[in-house]
Write a protein that binds this ligand. Structure first.
Ligand code: ADP
Ligand code: MG
Length: 327
């Protein structure tokens, strides 16, 4: 049973950045307005995500780390209509089973002054402590020694620097799409990133891409049956010789989609023949029944039922916006 859990967990949790992604998604689902991410050694030593979201009572906290425990699905029909970022109830249990220790401190926001906090500690996948504690409203989850007990997996982790780079990518990407939440990322004592709550994604984009690129971003939008697309694409990309910078979200979740990346590249290819690299943010709102999130257990690669239609819509929207801006 333990072994099966670890194998399954290894598929959901590949590296420190996957832990950060899952924890941040949970914080977003919990309605947080502030999310603090702290890591050490690129997340290999420590990952701590703290939010001011709805929190959990004692019972929910104990349930949260059980496999297939999710508070986000109530009936079978819900599976097709999932609006929240998480839904499988696998993340926390998986993380707990591949970490040396996981500690969760939480208190419900709605509990008034009588509410007490709960601390839950899991070591090697087993609950070793569950007690009342004083705590601020919200949730803090700390993960130490990721894959310490799964040497085969730990071996594949890159240097702290390289792992940190992936974490930065996850946090900054979420700061863009969820711009009404303020994000902070620390590596040890050093603050790596900070965004403040804002009404548009321009603010976080400016912080990530710098003034030069941010000034040249043009917005685009498109709509078709069951899909709506919005985003920004950079007009002048000459100053950047780095690889493509394309971030894609589906229903607020950071995803990878070969179809979407190709669609963006295609818009650039036909306009800028000199092999310059696209910089774009694409956010898709789509009827969840049109998305297949099951292609990869980590839920990062998605497929669309009408993939060509979606891709064409994206390509056309970006091309039109870039052409209009170039006039
Ligand atoms: P899922 O997100 O798929 O439901 P997880 O394993 O990520 O599964 O989380 C399990 C459950 O724990 C969630 O459904 C939620 O009820 C609770 N939970 C996890 N993180 C938080 C958080 N930051 N704030 C409030 N509740 C949380
Ligand atoms: Mg989750």
């Amino acid at each position: 049973q333990d072994a099966i859990n670890k194998i399954a967990a290894g598929e959901v949790i590949e590296r420190p950045a996957s832990v950060v992604k899952e924890l941040v998604e949970n914080s977003i689902d919990a309605g947080a307005t502030r999310i603090l991410v702290e890591v050490e050694e690129g997340g290999k030593g420590l990952i701590r995500v703290t939010d001011d979201g709805c929190g959990m009572d004692r019972e929910d906290a104990a349930l949260a780390i059980e496999r297939h425990a999710t508070s986000k699905i109530s009936g079978p029909g819900d599976l097709e209509r999932i609006a929240s970022l998480g839904f499988r109830g696998e993340a926390l249990s998986s993380i707990a089973s591949v970490a040396e220790a996981l500690e969760l401190v939480t208190k419900v926001r709605s509990g008034g002054i009588d509410a007490v906090g709960t601390r839950l500690r899991v070591e090697g996948g087993r609950v070793v402590d569950l007690r009342e504690v004083g705590a601020p409203a919200g949730t803090s989850i700390e993960v130490r020694g990721l894959f310490k007990n799964v040497p085969a997996r730990r071996k594949y982790l890159k240097s702290g620097r390289a792992e940190l780079a992936r974490i930065v990518e996850v946090v900054t990407s979420y700061a863009v799409i969820h711009h009404r939440i303020s994000f902070e990322l620390f590596s040890g004592e050093k603050r790596i990133f900070k965004s403040v709550r804002s009404e548009s994604w321009n603010e976080p984009l400016l912080r990530i891409l710098g003034r030069e690129v941010a000034r040249n971003l043009v917005p685009f939008e498109a709509e078709a049956r069951s899909v709506s697309i919005s985003g920004v694409a950079a007009r002048e990309t000459a100053t950047r010789s780095s690889p493509d910078w394309i971030i894609t979200y589906v229903n607020g979740r950071l995803v990878r989609s070969r179809a979407l990346s190709r669609a963006v590249a295609e818009a650039y290819r036909t306009l800028i023949p000199t092999g310059r690299h696209p910089i774009a943010v694409v956010s898709l709102r789509i009827d969840p029944s049109q998305v297949d999130v099951n292609v990869h257990p980590a839920k990062t690669e998605v497929r669309f039922l009408r993939e060509e239609e979606v891709a064409a819509l994206v390509t056309d929207a970006i091309r039109a916006a870039l052409m209009k801006a170039g006039e």
